[in-house]
Write a protein that binds this ligand. Structure first.
Ligand code: C5P
Length: 416
């Protein structure tokens, strides 16, 4: 998947306090962000904060010899796929409309061939001033895209048009649509991928069981997407009412115990393991052979933990590249990162579940985390999402292989 390289220019308005969050959100959507601040932006937000969230030293001075030696301003202007100025003050709009280049940010805007997008933020009377509106029109005529401003309460206590758009809205407006991230044919060529999908059923007696609302749609969509990307796919499936994608080998299971056995019996040669099944966490301590009769007014059921299939795969010494799922109702990021660590995973795909979210639906929105990165995918059809996930998994898998061949002895531990 191609990373979008963004220069985020911050000029000196109070809305600059929202830019660390904007950087985080752009990065979560997979962008690489280089922050460039004007001198007055530093009155509202510190370069230290922006360096920490962007992971890159902040540029602000055209005359900084060290920074220029690392990447000169012309090189930086060429590097960018997009220059985003947020917040854009009346002053920066005026400088750019006049074609001036008194500082690094304006110089970059003149020197880049990338699209320039601005999110203005200023007092509503300033925004309505004919001089500002003339500058806006001039900039728009030259192809600069102006986002907002929004109407509402302002930091000065007044109300009207002039608020910077919220970070989420700016991200939605500037990031490429998810369709560009679909799996390339061949990105999993020759790989063997095992995917678990659907719910498990844990018997209580001969006619009853414990289960969950998983439809298996996400796992099945991943299986089809991995196959389209060239993989040989083994789908280990709980009971679902879905048809097996053509060309995919399906193994049916019912309980978590059966899932554990089916996975480990067929793991030979698997290079990528994706645990998308909603495995029951507990099974009945002892399932009755016949049907339990309703005699007592109350009854209790002793439950025992099921084996954690995903963690057991990730613990193997010659483990495949292991990807887990986390369905949560709250604290998505914190819980997902905890599972990534605790279960020793390479990647985790996390989604919120609840009414209309995740389970039993055709669409899903997920956040994906790995050791040194994360990416958010907005609400999308599961097929399209699966394709994007397969592409992300394939590229992370290749990077891991590459890193291991560079640091390890020639014979590497990844299955091949
Ligand atoms: O711990 P939690 O159930 O939230 O973890 C979810 C992830 O772990 C999913 O990828 C799921 O397929 C996997 N899992 C498993 N075996 C279990 C429980 C969860 O493989 N017993």
């Amino acid at each position: 998947m191609q990373t979008q390289k963004i220069i985020l220019g911050i000029s000196g308005g109070i809305a600059a306090y929202k830019t660390p969050e904007l950087v985080r959100r752009l990065k979560r959507r997979g962008a690489e962000v280089q922050v460039v601040m004007t001198r007055s932006a530093g009155e509202f937000v510190t370069p230290t904060t922006l360096q920490a969230v962007s992971g890159k030293p902040v540029r602000s001075n055209l005359w900084d010899a060290d920074a220029e030696a690392a990447m000169g301003h012309i090189e930086l202007a060429r590097w960018a796929d997009l220059v985003l100025i947020a917040p854009a003050t009346a002053e920066i709009m005026s400088r750019l409309a006049a074609g001036g280049a008194p500082d690094l940010l304006t110089t970059l805007c003149l020197a880049t061939e990338a699209p320039v997008v601005m999110a203005p933020a200023m007092n509503h009377v300033m925004w309505s001033n004919p001089a500002v509106q003339e500058n806006r029109q001039k900039l728009e005529r030259r192809g600069v895209r102006i986002l907002g401003p929004a109407v509402g309460d302002q930091a000065c206590g007044e109300s009207g048009p002039g608020r910077m758009l919220e970070p989420d809205d700016i991200v939605a407006a500037v990031m490429k649509p998810i369709a560009v991230a679909t799996a390339k044919p061949g990105s999993m060529d020759g790989k063997t991928v095992m995917i678990t999908a659907g719910p498990t059923r844990e018997a209580i007696d001969s006619v009853r069981y414990l289960s969950n609302r998983s439809s298996g749609k996400m796992g099945y969509a991943l299986a089809a997407a991995a196959r389209d990307a060239g993989a040989n796919v083994i789908l280990v499936s709980g009971p679902v009412s879905l048809t097996t994608p053509d060309g995919v080998t399906r193994i049916d299971i019912e309980s978590a115990k059966e899932l554990f056995a089916a996975v480990h019996d067929n793991l030979e040669g698997v290079q990528i393991f994706i645990g998308a099944a909603a495995v029951a966490d507990y099974h009945a301590a002892s399932a009755s052979a016949g049907k339990i009769k309703k005699t007592a007014g109350e009854m209790s059921l002793d439950l025992v933990k099921t084996p954690d299939i995903l963690a057991s795969v990730a613990r193997l010494s010659d483990r495949p590249f292991t990807v887990g799922f986390a369905a949560e109702t709250e604290n998505l990021r914190e819980y997902a990162l905890g599972k990534l660590e605790k279960k020793n995973l390479n990647m985790i795909v996390a989604n919120l579940v609840g009414p209309g979210l995740g389970f039993e639906t055709d669409r899903n929105a997920v956040d994906v985390y790995w050791r040194d990165g994360e990416m958010s995918f907005p609400l999308t059809d599961k097929e399209e999402l699966a394709s994007a996930l397969v592409e992300l998994i394939a590229s992370n898998y290749e990077q891991t292989l590459h890193a291991e061949t560079q640091t390890e002895l020639p014979v590497i531990a990844v299955r091949d």
